[in-house]
Design a protein around this ligand. Structure first.
Ligand SMILES: [Zn+2]
Length: 180
């Protein structure tokens, strides 16, 4: 399935997505695996260059034009691969400890670069149906992976990372956050 990334000038990216019917339809399954494949390929330097793709670590259904509550995460940090295909996620626990990426966040739907700290919970627990294991799971994550999960989760509510940057002082630290 050929995927087209919806950019942030499209109103559909700002809509709240709707819950997904379970068991998943074959259409939804096909879409989710295509999204997963897209992320993997986007991280293959040669392939990405040839196909003019930006490397991504997460992709939410609204970013490919489907306003349903599901997203994919693929993070490969050389030691571990964190791959999730999540449907109807809910964040059930968050740490009061915050974190942010020193160099800011990026998004496949946002072509412009936005400098600024995006504060996220350092640790989270998410309950969701995971297509990769075919069951409902509770996923615990911290640091970078937790940031990616929260970024993708935001897409389901029509929120983009730059909405969370302090407009008056983008690089303002809170003092107790972990900068990654
Ligand atoms: Zn994004």
């Amino acid at each position: 399935m050929k995927l087209k990334i919806v950019k942030d000038n499209k109103p559909s990216l700002r809509k709240k997505s709707i819950p997904v019917d379970l068991p998943l339809s074959s259409e939804d399954i096909e879409l989710l695996y295509s999204m997963n494949e897209y992320l993997k390929l986007s991280q293959d330097e040669e392939y990405a260059k040839k196909h003019n793709m930006r490397a991504g670590v997460g992709l939410a259904a609204p970013q490919v034009g489907v306003n349903k509550r599901m997203f994919v995460v693929y993070v490969n940090d050389d030691e571990n691969v964190y791959n999730y295909i999540l449907v109807n996620p809910t964040i059930i626990e968050t740490s009061s400890k915050l974190c942010a990426l020193r160099n800011g966040e990026g998004c496949l739907s946002v072509d412009k670069e936005y400098d600024g700290l995006v504060h996220r919970h350092y640790k989270i627990k998410i309950k969701a149906f995971n297509l990769l294991t075919n069951k409902e799971e509770i996923i615990s994550a911290c640091g970078f992976v937790a940031i990616v999960l929260q970024h993708e989760y935001d897409h389901l509510d029509g929120i983009l990372f730059y909405d969370r940057i302090d407009k008056f002082n983008p690089l303002k630290e809170k003092g107790n956050e972990i900068l990654l």
